[in-house]
Design a protein around this ligand. Structure first.
Ligand code: G3H
Ligand code: 13P
Ligand code: NA
Ligand code: ZN
Length: 328
């Protein structure tokens, strides 16, 4: 059955574990994630971006997740809207059967312009009221994702966000976080601590200067009962970069968020950990391998089966390391 984010994260907080939230766009991603979850008895967050909804179509996406829930009746699943940009995106998701939405008011609805605090507060409170009336959960975001190393805020499309922004605005302010959670009533809060979306987060293994995990500890001290969310939390594993590049890919060397830093976050109130890039890399690495090793192959299943296997291995590892395993 589908459960809400609140139900899932309350349980995670009680028992001190974190839950990876994997982005999905298609059946193969869903099947691989559920297979891993079943193998280690982990609850699951499946999240769909606006892009995923238009790729698969709302009806296809929701029925697919319901089919996954039917296939794996012992595994709780939360279906979450990732980075909802306005009321329409969030409410239409709920209407289609999503049990949770992210209202990302850190950027304006164009997802390019950095929003004012008042805008974020107002739109997040309105969406939270509506969602709670009908039993869905809400994740808000305070602070702007982006690279402390490059001094760049990041828009949803991965390009630089518009608006004047200094280093400190790219880290969530703990006092503002207290005010935001109290006044919006959100179920979970995404915070900014120097991560960005995509593969190119850091040009070296991150230290406390460019990945400010201390911000999480500060916020958790002030808001011990609030479920914190880390975005941009792919680890961009070296072995997946190598796999892609060994088979004709051209990904420049890059560094993601080390899994041990995420584990540290989980010890300080992080309950939801967003991962998309690593999953994309797992699939694409195997597509490339099959394509190069067997150029005569044209049955898509011959590409998709090893790709799903690679994704399943990755997902299982995160369930184990985040402590999600054994908690379904
Ligand atoms: O927030 C970004 C996620 O990785 C989703 O990406 O908008 O290309 O589906 P997408
Ligand atoms: P990654 O690009 O690091 O996987 O982050 C995904 C994310 O934050 C989705 O909201
Ligand atoms: Na989200
Ligand atoms: Zn995100």
């Amino acid at each position: 059955a589908l459960i809400t984010l609140r139900q899932l994260l309350d349980h995670a907080a009680e028992r001190g574990y974190g839950v990876p939230a994997f982005n999905i766009n298609n059946m193969e991603q869903g099947l691989a994630i559920m297979k891993a979850a079943k193998a280690v008895d982990a609850p699951v967050i499946l999240q769909a971006s606006r892009g995923a909804r238009s790729y698969a179509g709302d009806i296809m996406l929701v029925h697919m997740v319901q089919a996954l829930a039917e296939t794996y009746p012992t595994i709780p699943i939360c279906l979450h809207q990732d980075h909802g940009n306005n009321e329409a995106t969030c409410l239409s998701a709920i209407r289609h059967g999503f049990t949770s939405v992210m209202m990302d008011g850190s950027l304006e609805a164009d997802m390019k312009t950095v929003a004012s605090y008042d805008y974020n507060l107002d739109i997040t409170r309105r969406v939270t009221d509506c969602a709670h009336w009908v039993g869905a959960s809400v994740e808000g975001e305070l602070g702007v994702l982006g690279s402390l190393e490059k001094g760049e805020a990041e828009a949803e499309d991965g390009s630089g966000a518009e608006g004047e922004l200094d280093h400190s605005q790219m880290l969530t302010d703990p006092d503002q976080a207290v005010d935001f959670v109290q006044r919006t009533g959100v179920d979970a809060l995404a915070i900014a601590m120097g991560t960005s979306h995509g593969a190119y987060k850091f040009s070296r293994k991150p230290d406390g200067e460019i990945l400010a995990m201390s911000v999480i500890e500060e916020i958790h001290k002030r808001l011990p009962g609030t479920h914190l969310v880390m975005h941009g939390s792919s680890s961009v594993p070296q072995e997946l970069q190598d796999l892609i590049n060994r088979y004709g890919g051209q990904m420049p060397q890059t560094y993601g968020v080390p899994v041990e830093e995420i584990e540290r976050g989980i010890r300080h109130g992080v309950r939801k950990v967003n991962i998309d890039t690593d999953c994309r890399m797992a699939l694409t690495g195997q597509f490339r391998k099959v394509a190069m090793e067997n150029p005569a192959e044209f049955d898509p299943r011959k590409f998709l089966i090893p790709a799903m296997k690679e994704l399943e291995t990755l997902v299982r590892d995160r369930f184990e390391r985040f402590g999600t395993a054994g908690n379904a």
